[in-house]
Design a protein around this ligand. Sequence first.
Ligand SMILES: *Cc1c(COP(=O)(O)O)cnc(C)c1O
Length: 381
Amino acid sequence: MKYRIHLSPPHLSGTETEMVARAMESGYIAPLGPFVDEFEEKFCKYTGYPYALAVSSGTAALHLALLASGVSRGDIVFSPSMTFIGGVSPVYFCSAKAWFFDSDESWTIDVNLVKEKLFAVEKSGADKPKAIIATDIYGMACDYEALCQIEKDFGVNVIVDAAESLGASDRYGKRNSPKTAFYSFNGNKIITTSSGGMLASHDKNLIDYAKHLSRQAREPYPYYQHNTIGHNYRMSNILAAIGIAQLSDIEARIERKKTIFQRYKNALGTIPGVEFMPCGVYGESNYWLSVIILNSESRISPEFLRVTLEEKGIETRPVWKPMHLQPVFSGAKFFSKFELGANPPICEIAFERGLCLPSGCGLSEAEQEFVISSIQKALYK
Ligand SMILES: *Cc1c(COP(=O)(O)O)cnc(C)c1O
């Protein structure tokens, strides 16, 4: 196979194989079992959330969170534009629609703008959004404090998309500030179960209802009885075994990611035209991916850099393309603090100027040196 440095490949703690073997031997080769319970308990202990539900993907976790928040046909849900499709598409599974918001300087949803729109909606007498999705982009926590206040002041459920940010924390070092958050264990995330997700909350009723929906909404009768339509979103016991192994060294993973980010920043950050993603504006990041920005003073474009690195077997990727620019969401509402045509929205600048660099926990120093020197060469050519 051709040698390649990947963006964010899965990284093993070392005990995964043993845990999977134990799961197989236990006979619980099923979408429930003791390892699912143990994974949920350990996840709660680590994040500080009292209740959690392990499911088949982050996308499924968000879908359940929206349903449990009462989102249904015709409802509006606020969402950042700078995100991944899986952090938005469940809004449409509910036959609701999203209003997209620009990011602020932290790259996370502009909460002042969200507040402004909520006041305007309230004043006009129109229906308030049923939920607000707030995404921790590239592992950087959004403004949990302001979002919790919005939740109180306006009575709207905030769902934090923490798919990329397991281990990130707010200004006070807390990992569980928002009432409800969901996580992803897809192959590229900081921990993986190959595919999987978790819904976590301070609200027991929300988790209980989501659990009910995740199991085909089966009512407690000896025969199959259903009063509502549910989903088949449970996590398998085998995958939960992998999750337990992966979670066991989460702190070391975050340390590795942070070291990788700092090394990129130290080596490249002083070059004219080069900047890095804004970290630590509202709390501590888990540094899931390192993102370099080539601003307008840079001699090369991020696309040129991407192609140059690809030729050397180094995988990089543009920043998330904003949702309001996606053909599937054409016509959707989009709000930015900048007047139309004055300044480009922050999420559009990030998309045009940003590039995600290899940030895997298993990236060796020598490999990172190779990436850094390749970038330096491309910049000075
Ligand atoms: C990965 C990701 C998701 C979706 O998670 P899956 O487990 O892949 O379904 C949602 N939102 C964001 C921001 C993500 O990065």
